[in-house]
Design a protein around this ligand. Structure first.
Ligand code: ZN
Length: 538
């Protein structure tokens, strides 16, 4: 069965061209990262060619098989779309489009999406998606008979697979050591990594068994010994890294306000995940980092349910994207829009979440209160937009979301300004609580969901697989403030707690510390994970 004289009228021709085009033009970051390692390790740079062949043949294999039918053009268009999207994020921010990133993208609201819009993004979509797809829809592809299509497409797929295996064997000495040392390289393979992630998500969504809703802490109740009411404000931070707080030893003064409050700042705290979507639910889950599974989380109770069972009044105020499922069964107020938030210029500020809170507290006539404030915090890449003008103190700062157009210093300054604003916000939360010190046992608990990579190893933002995340992403700030009433009744030694603030802890401690502060008694409470117990003299 010979191909027609004009090869471009066959669909398989465009499959081969597309696999080649995407390999060469949409995998710049993968090649650059591999090249850096090859130079650094004194290896032969020619391995880049081998890597390109691997990518080309594997992509060709999948593309040939998936385009046997008459909708082949649409499938190719999807490949180009995913490739353009992933290439933009990989080349601009060094991030990988994996499972978590894809779900993040679908949960991103319009404001966040606009925050990423740029000329560069338009260029990527024109060159890597619109142009090639235009050509493919424009050329005349003659649809062959079913048998011919199956013959050519499976033939090319088979040839690609055999060549792949052959090259792998021929280069096995080097390939094995390369992929062992450079585990993250396959994650940058575009668009294969993103397509694999899509498969993972569909598989989980449609084939995971629907289990019964899981209840936890059914025995929870407030200890009879304690008559005082608790008022706790839990602040869930966004994208804050511990090493940018001067409380933790950062050289710039990013904590002028908090340093005047009697807070205890833990500086060795590891996050559960590297994205909001994982970390926020995980903080409230009983499972902890090792056992946390997002697909199960939606089907089980979390910390707030346990608090509810003990009679605690619960309010969630959100200036982020959402509670990520944590507050689904509780009072939830959106502070991203001026409808609830009085402090918008035009971006709605975290401080607006304190407005009207007095009314809420006064309305709760009995039982304890926990208020969760979910910050916008340091959400990037447009850090400079996160703060009102008066907080743009560290200069010069990066004034674009295109971080590679800014110097390291400008990025740092833009980011540090967001920490400065969070410092002000947290200090205001503490001052707010002080008004209630006589009526309640008050406490402020601040913890960030994950940190941020600010250009270390040329990686920006967050959300990468945990094992390859830089320390800036997984080392998060955690700050505690207890009111005088709580300190007295519980006989807490805050100096002792300060002495222990270097102790390695994690998001796993949040669940049990909150149970401890609210004096909730239940079989699931683990005293050794309650940070408050560190302040009690043995
Ligand atoms: Zn986050």
């Amino acid at each position: 069965m010979p191909l027609r004289k004009r090869p471009w009228s066959n669909s398989i021709f465009w499959v081969i061209i597309s696999a080649f085009f995407i390999t060469i033009f949409a995998n710049f970051t993968m090649f650059a990262k591999a090249n850096t390692w090859l130079i650094g390790s004194g290896s032969n740079q020619l391995f880049i060619v081998v890597l390109a062949l691997f990518q080309f043949l594997l992509l060709l294999f999948f593309m040939a098989l998936l385009t046997m039918h008459k909708w082949h053009r649409h499938v190719l268009a999807i490949f180009y779309f995913v490739a353009a999207f992933s290439a933009y994020f990989a080349d601009s921010y060094g991030v990988i489009i994996d499972k978590d990133m894809l779900i993040n993208a679908t949960e991103t609201n319009l404001a966040e999406a606009l925050g990423l819009l740029s000329w560069r993004l338009i260029f990527y979509f024109t060159f890597l998606f619109a142009l090639p797809v235009f050509v493919i829809y424009k050329v005349k592809i003659i649809l062959q008979s079913v048998s011919k299509r199956i013959f050519y497409h499976s033939g090319v797929a088979l040839l690609a697979l055999v060549s792949f295996a052959f090259i792998l064997l021929a280069s096995s000495n080097f390939s094995t050591s390369f992929f062992r040392e450079q585990k993250q390289i396959p994650f940058y393979s575009n668009p294969l990594s993103a397509l694999y992630a899509t498969y993972e998500i569909t598989h989980k969504t449609f084939f995971s068994s629907h289990k019964l809703f899981k209840h936890i802490g059914d025995d929870a109740h407030i200890s009879g010994l304690h008559k005082d009411r608790e008022l706790v404000i839990l602040v869930i931070g966004e994208t804050a890294r511990a090493d940018r707080f001067s409380l933790n030893g950062y050289k710039k003064n990013t904590n002028p306000m908090l340093s005047k409050q009697s807070v205890v700042s833990f500086n060795n705290v590891s996050s559960c995940g590297t994205s909001t979507r994982i970390s926020v639910p995980c903080i409230f889950s009983i499972e902890g980092k090792d056992k946390f599974d997002l697909s199960k989380f939606k089907n089980e109770e979390n910390f707030l349910d346990v608090a509810k069972k003990s009679g605690v009044n619960i309010l969630w105020r959100d200036n982020n994207s959402s509670s990520k499922g944590v507050a689904n069964r509780f009072t939830y107020e959106d502070f991203l829009s001026p409808r609830n938030n009085p402090t918008c210029d035009p971006e709605c500020r975290d401080i607006g979440m304190l407005s009207g809170l007095d009314e809420y507290i006064n309305k709760q006539k009995k039982d304890d209160i926990i208020i969760v404030l979910h910050q916008m915090g340091s959400h990037g890449p447009a850090y400079y937009e996160r703060v009102p003008e008066s907080y743009l103190k560290f200069k010069p700062f990066c004034k674009t979301n295109q971080l590679d157009q800014c110097t390291d210093e400008e990025i740092s300054n833009a980011y540090d300004n967001t920490i400065l604003y969070t410092d002000f916000f947290l200090s205001e939360v503490i001052d707010f609580l002080k008004k209630y010190d006589d009526r309640f046992e008050t406490a402020m608990f601040y913890v960030s969901d994950h940190g941020e990579s600010l250009g270390e190893h040329n990686i920006y933002l967050h959300g990468m697989p945990y094992f390859m995340a830089p320390k800036g992403v997984t080392n998060v700030p955690l700050i505690l403030w207890f009111g005088k009433n709580l300190i007295q009744t519980e006989n807490l030694d805050m100096d002792l707690l300060k002495l222990k603030s270097n102790k390695p802890i994690s998001h796993d401690n949040v669940f049990h510390t909150l149970l401890g502060i609210l004096e909730i008694e239940t079989g699931i409470y683990k005293k050794e994970k309650d940070l408050k117990s560190l302040a009690i003299k043995k």
